[in-house]
Write a protein that binds this ligand. Structure first.
Ligand code: ARG
Length: 456
């Protein structure tokens, strides 16, 4: 097909150069946004009497028909076009002749592509926010059933203090809630309209950028035309937020893989979210969690790639910026598929409370509580800490745990010990007593669940 930019050229573009230059294979996913943007543009041009109202009506009607044809599959994208903007204009002109050629008044592909991308990413971000919320809901449902399931809490991956499984899960719910917050905040800066910036300097036509922005659901037009066509901060900001969300899913995935191992056996993933081995008949692998962990690297890469592309770019538009799309589309697709698989995987896993409890009973994870007991009876905490350490060493030497020590044995370390100590160091008591705000007691975790639900 003939290029829309012919006129100045004596020769057609080289075939390889044409292919190299084209973006239609990936930017055609923004066709809906491109058409809706053009509809608003035609309306603005008519309102400002830049083109006649009847011609704008024809353009709007035809663009609407083109969109319907694309959605119904009766119109195929022509991949010989350079990009989606050229394709829509070509199709409009094929249907309307000279009237179609008027649409590209007082705009450029430079502001058009920035507009399409903002609109597309706005739609995608709203979907992603919903998907993250679904994951939070899945986590809450497992947490609700496990506020009294005792498991070892870890620091340095060493058993540290008893916690509930709910408490551990709610940490992830809190992270994902911040992801929702970050994305909602990024939307504020994304939701500014670049259209009307034109090639870079604005236009000689009497346009109404605020009207066009409003038609398209933007909060305002951007205030500088050069910034309008050059800014890709919104992509970087979203990809940073996506990368953080992936990092959260990846940490959770790592734990799911660990917990599913025979060494832990804290959870078992549902068969429908695992795979077998081609050679080892006993294997049940947590591939979904591993893939989420693996794909996190991809999303980081997408962010780094665009940061690097933009670094050192002079103002205003440069063709380098066409490289923004594949990366952010990949980041969007990757995050979405990970979120889609993650929620049902979490929701359907079975929790092995007995194994968690058995693990919590080993490793002296109630040692802090024994030290706290002494401290509450007036022993300075540092001294209480030292006495408890000596008791733990004694237990290790004598193959005992704290609960199985006789009161006489305790008294040999400190006369302060009384029978009431046993009530203080049982795992259930250790959990229940940590009722500080945000703590691991069943009551505190139930409060957290209510708080997170109200934020949703
Ligand atoms: N396909 C281009 C992109 O994705 C659209 C803008 C082209 N503008 C230009 N002046 N060549 O960035």
């Amino acid at each position: 097909m003939e290029k829309l930019w012919t006129g100045r050229f004596k020769k057609p573009i080289n075939e390889i150069a044409d292919k190299f230059n084209a973006s239609i294979t990936f930017d055609s996913r923004m066709i809906k946004q491109d058409i809706l943007g053009s509809v608003a543009h035609a309306k603005m041009l008519a309102k400002q009497s830049i083109i006649p109202q009847n011609e704008a009506d024809l353009i709007v009607e035809t663009l609407t028909a083109i969109l319907a044809d694309i959605e119904q599959g009766t119109l195929q994208i022509d991949f010989s076009c350079e990009d989606v903007h050229m394709f829509v204009e070509q199709e409009l002109t094929a249907r309307l002749g000279d009237v179609g050629k008027k649409l590209h008044t007082a705009r450029s592909r430079n502001d058009q592509v920035a507009l399409d991308l903002r609109m597309y990413l706005r739609d995608q971000t709203l979907e992603i926010i919903e998907l993250i919320k679904e994951n939070i809901r899945a986590i809450l449902s497992v947490a609700e059933a496990n506020t009294d399931a005792v498991m070892p809490g870890y620091t340095h991956l060493q058993r540290a203090q008893p916690i509930s499984f709910a408490q551990h899960l709610l940490a992830y719910a809190s992270m994902l809630l911040r992801d929702v917050d970050r994305l909602s905040d990024a939307l504020k800066r994304l939701n500014v309209s670049p259209i009307g910036s034109c090639a870079l300097a604005g236009t000689t036509f009497d346009t109404d950028r605020a009207f066009e922005a409003e038609l398209l659901g933007f909060s305002e037009p951007c205030i500088n035309s050069i910034d309008g066509v050059s800014d890709r901060d919104f992509c970087l900001e979203l990809m940073s937020d996506f990368a953080i969300a992936m990092m959260h899913l990846s940490r959770f995935s790592e734990e799911i893989v660990l917990w599913s191992s025979w060494e832990f056996r804290f959870i078992e993933l549902d068969d429908s979210f695992t795979t077998g081995s081609s050679i080892m008949p006993q294997k049940k692998n947590s591939d979904m969690a591993e893939l989420v962990r693996g794909k996190t690297g991809r999303v980081y890469g997408d962010l780094m790639a665009l940061l690097t592309t933009l670094k050192g770019l002079p103002l205003a538009y440069n063709k380098d910026m066409q490289e923004d799309k594949e990366g952010i589309f990949d980041a969007v697709d990757t995050l979405k598929i990970c979120l889609e698989v993650f929620a049902p995987m979490v929701e359907s896993m079975s929790v092995k409370k007995d194994n968690m409890l058995a693990a919590a009973k080993e490793g002296f994870i109630n040692a802090t509580d024994l030290a706290d007991y002494l401290a509450k009876k007036g022993v300075p905490f540092r001294t209480a800490y030292k006495i408890t350490g000596e008791i733990v060493a004694y237990c290790i030497d004598n193959n005992k745990d704290l609960e199985s020590m006789e009161i006489g044995e305790f008294k040999a370390f400190s006369p302060v010990f009384e029978d009431d100590l046993y009530g203080e160091i049982s795992l259930e008591a250790c959990l229940k007593k940590r009722s500080s705000f945000g703590g691991t007691s069943p009551a505190s975790t139930r409060t957290q669940i209510t708080q997170i639900k109200s934020k949703l």
